[in-house]
Design a protein around this ligand. Sequence first.
Ligand code: NAD
Length: 260
Amino acid sequence: MSDRTLVGKTALVTGSTSGIGLGIAKVLAKQGANIVLNGFGDVEGPKAEITALGVQVAYHGADMSKASDIEAMMTFTATTFGGVDILVNNAGIQHVASVEDFPVERWDAIIAINLTSAFHTTRLALPHMQKTNWGRIINIASVHGLVGSAQKSAYVAAKHGIVGLTKVTALENATTGVTCNAICPGWVLTPLVQKQIDAKAAALGISNAEAVKLLLGEKEPSMQFTTPEELGELATFFCSNAGNNIRGVAWNMDGGWTAQ
Ligand code: NAD
């Protein structure tokens, strides 16, 4: 256990009851970080999975579209663990429609959850990190922070926005021990993407396997999904000493999507 590199650190991962967030939380916990989980749906399952890794785990159900909820979650984390050392801004939603048909309420929700929430958590986490002169802010953006795709206006706008926020946060803290970087995954097989596969299969009258092949074939040369565990390992690398001077990058893990 003593070779675990993040013992004594506290990681808050937003949207960590499912998918990528839960995967990253588990990898950070394997390195000994205490974890604050957040998100909707089943909480006891994810909590038990983290506890089994021999760290302390807490949960806060803040709705990431609400500034007051986020403030309460940050206060809760400070009271429970003393503050956030590793902040992973991961909570996110998707909606697919052309710009002229895009529901205004979905636009507002995507910008709030996928972008504005990271501004709130970051502004509230920074004072503790600056005081201890160590911190890691890891923003889960997307290839859609670097390139666009039709039908995803709000998502692409929010993800480009979070890449911008990443750069500014990194620059403002560049002479300190606090770094901020973004991870830009291509396709990861989570509930968020399964919904898009289901929609494709239904629209074209094809099987799940055929829809997966089509989805990957359109964008991802490797023809394989990135896994939440792989993303967790990259987050852990950013947290290591080797990450001390990695500042403001948007690091894609996308099977070659943006190399084309
Ligand atoms: P997911 O749907 O499996 O998980 C999303 C998580 O966010 C869940 O825990 C959910 O409860 C939580 N959440 C949703 N709305 C929330 C809210 N208002 N308040 C608090 N929590 C909320 O999705 P995922 O695929 O794991 O996506 C996680 C992140 O990774 C997102 O930011 C997404 O944009 C990004 N991403 C995903 C992919 C992919 O292919 N799956 C690719 C690139 C980027």
